[in-house]
Ligand binder design. Structure first.
Ligand code: ATP
Ligand code: MG
Length: 256
């Protein structure tokens, strides 16, 4: 069975894309799923969050632009069941370098194709933009997960994101759909956070039932190169991301 390919996308910065990509990858890996996490962001936050340095080894840039087989760009990480295609600062040139390339929207599709059968899930951590890197991710994905921060202006940019998804659906990838929105950084002490939850759920019924709490432990984990499941095992953030993984498996019709 070919892997289900899911992109974590939102052009708004700092909403929890990377945290969700890493935590979900690990949550799925711990349930015996084979997961490949592709770091498609030149900031390389997912790479460092898993304790890997993308410098000096082939990664996403090489798979996209130098035709290095993606299989040769894969790094095993310390987390059970999770492989990583690392990113590095070099990838920041890709937005521009891809422009004149033939079939530039399908570079990632072509790169993933040979290894798709090796995994149950491929998760793609997108950069905070709707440029060619994100378009490549949307073109190869079965679905997207949209992290939304429970803060003022949470819905800002979502209509533009939905337009982009529609455009890609019409021109490049008819099967693309929104798997769900994930509410992140929820602070139960503020009334605003609850308002955002109600508003997002009102607009988007496909929002995951599980809400990710704002948690200091979650923000500390990346600096230790550890997922939340190692840094604060059994804590409320790990428990929340594990519950999202359950919802994801249920929505995907996978029984584990
Ligand atoms: P970018 O758009 O820059 O790629 P992003 O959408 O990937 O950002 P993250 O990097 O996941 O967002 O999160 C932004 C910051 O917020 C990071 O410092 C992260 O550690 C922190 N963070 C993410 N989720 C939470 C949370 N639930 N509670 C507290 N801090 C969080
Ligand atoms: Mg990120």
């Amino acid at each position: 069975m070919a892997a289900k390919i899911v992109s974590l996308v939102n052009q708004k910065g700092g909403v929890g894309k990377t945290t969700t990509a890493v935590s979900l990858a690990v949550a799925l890996g711990r349930r015996g799923q084979r997961v490949l996490l592709i770091d498609l962001d030149p900031q390389a936050n997912a790479t460092s969050a898993l304790g890997v340095s993308g410098a000096g080894q082939p990664g996403t840039y090489d798979a996209l632009l130098d035709e290095v087989p993606m299989a040769d760009c894969i790094v095993r990480v310390a987390e059970e069941g999770v492989d990583l295609v690392p990113s590095s600062a070099e990838l920041s040139g890709a937005e521009v370098e891809l422009v004149p390339v033939l079939a530039r929207e399908r570079r990632l599709t072509n790169a993933i194709h040979p290894i798709r059968d090796h995994y149950d899930w491929v998760l793609i951590d997108c950069p905070p933009s709707l440029g060619l890197l994100t378009i490549n991710a949307l073109t190869v994905s079965d679905s997207v997960i949209i992290p939304v921060q429970c803060e003022y202006m949470a819905l800002e940019g979502l209509s533009r994101l939905m337009e982009t998804l529609d455009l890609v659906k019409r021109s490049l990838n008819p099967g693309l759909h929104v798997l769900g929105l994930i509410l992140t950084m929820f602070d139960a002490r503020t009334r605003l956070a609850q308002q955002v939850v109600d508003e997002v759920r009102g607009h988007f019924p496909q929002t995951f039932a599980t809400i990710i709490p704002r948690s200091v432990r979650l923000s500390e984990a990346p600096s230790h190169g550890q997922s939340i499941f190692r840094y604060d095992q059994g804590g409320r953030s790990a428990t929340a991301y594990d519950a999202v993984a359950s919802e994801l498996l249920e929505r995907a019709g996978v029984a584990v």
